[in-house]
Design a binder for this molecule. Structure first.
Ligand SMILES: NC(=O)c1ccc[n+]([C@@H]2O[C@H](COP(=O)([O-])OP(=O)(O)OC[C@H]3O[C@@H](n4cnc5c(N)ncnc54)[C@H](O)[C@@H]3O)[C@@H](O)[C@H]2O)c1
Ligand SMILES: O=C(O)C[C@H](O)C(=O)O
Length: 322
């Protein structure tokens, strides 16, 4: 005779919906499945493409030793009850463009897609990747109407990884030994915090002269453009997918990691009603808390200038869309 212990009720597997099966979306699907984090639904407007990518990823499962489901679809109903929705739908920039030049074309895509996705996954946590990142996160927050702790943008984890990479290359140390934190908007006005960058706890100010640090900061600010210029047909996607998967992992595994995340602010850092990158703890409920660092006067000023430019773009969008 079977008892409840003999036949446990199977727990539902976590599901992540990725809206936009382009370069970032499909690479993220691969990362999530191969890290064994969740089943993945890849959605795109192009017919056949997400289905083909999903089949390709499925055929690698035996080789990569995981058994996650990967579904490709053009239908939002297939994304139902996802724990996390990642928004990567929209155009990447081309050489010579700024991320802000994507505002008009991507805002329409993100707002519409966010409304559709929330209708099928009303309890989901949203991670926005589409550029211009901070504005798209704000618009997705408005479109979904969800609480601010359930919506965030991915940028700071990527920008910090780039800063750490350039520090590691300069010093010839292991990338994993370098920790860095970049706040602010995902653009030229981002705020890399040199004082918080360390090599296994040793501040980089002890290891590098100010001119070298400034050169690495500048390279970080231009990190996206450097890759766009080289690839020509789009932007970075390997590191962006890794950065997003780290956020997905911290949420699904309730790791409570402290990561720089684009969050809706309500008074933190003296900023209100704007989305900007700040240090957040990410766990099962989404943004568990926002950490207010004791920044220098010049860092706070840079953060406010960064937020001001995001605000201007939000206003520009609302002004042009009425
Ligand atoms: N936040 C970051 O740090 C970061 C990093 C990399 C890329 N990005 C941004 O992410 C976005 C995607 O980049 P990518 O390289 O994957 O571009 P991509 O062109 O390879 O993929 C975008 C996909 O979105 C799809 N799409 C367009 N409209 C759609 C809609 N209405 N519904 C569903 N899907 C739709 C397209 O068909 C395409 O497959 C860009 O805006 C890019 O600038 C941001
Ligand atoms: O630079 C871009 O346009 C893509 C992305 O925002 C990046 O930083 O790689």
């Amino acid at each position: 005779m079977s008892t409840p212990l003999d036949s446990p009720i199977p727990l539902p597997l976590p599901r992540v919906a990725i809206i936009g099966a382009g370069r970032v979306g499909s690479t993220l699907a691969q990362r999530i499945a191969e890290k064994n984090l969740a089943d993945v639904v890849l959605l795109d407007i192009v017919e056949g493409m997400p289905q083909g990518l999903a089949l390709d990823l499925l055929e690698a499962r035996g080789l990569e030793l995981h058994n996650r489901q990967i579904i490709g679809t053009n239908n939002y109903a297939d994304t139902s009850n996802s724990q996390i929705v990642v928004m990567t739908a929209g155009f990447p920039r081309k050489p010579g463009m700024s991320r802000d030049d994507l505002l008009k074309v991507n805002a329409k895509i993100v707002v519409e897609a966010a409304k559709q996705a929330i209708a099928y996954s009303p309890h989901a946590i949203f991670i926005v990747v589409t550029n211009p990142l901070d504005v798209m996160t704000y618009l997705a927050w408005q479109a979904t109407g969800i609480k601010r702790d359930r919506i965030m943008g991915m940028a700071g984890v990527l920008d910090s990884a780039r800063f750490a990479t350039f520090i590691a290359l300069e010093l010839g140390v292991l990338p994993a030994d370098v920790k860095a934190m970049v706040l602010g908007s995902h653009g030229d006005l981002m705020v890399p915090l040199s004082g918080y960058a360390t090599v296994n706890g040793v501040p980089i100010t002890e290891l590098l002269d100010p001119a070298t640090i400034e050169r690495l900061v500048e390279r970080t600010r231009n990190g996206g453009a450097e890759i766009v210029k080289l690839i020509q047909t789009g932007g970075a996607f390997f590191a962006p997918a890794s950065a997003t998967s780290v956020m997905v992992e911290s949420i699904l595994l309730n790791q409570s990691r402290l990561l720089p995340v684009a969050a809706y602010l309500q008074g933190e850092y003296g900023l209100d009603d704007v989305v900007i990158g700040v240090p957040c703890r990410l766990g099962l409920s989404g943004i568990e808390s926002i950490l207010e660092l004791n920044l220098s006067e010049s860092e706070i000023k840079a953060l406010h200038i960064s937020a001001q430019s995001v605000r201007q773009q939000i206003e520009q969008w609302y002004f042009s869309s009425v």
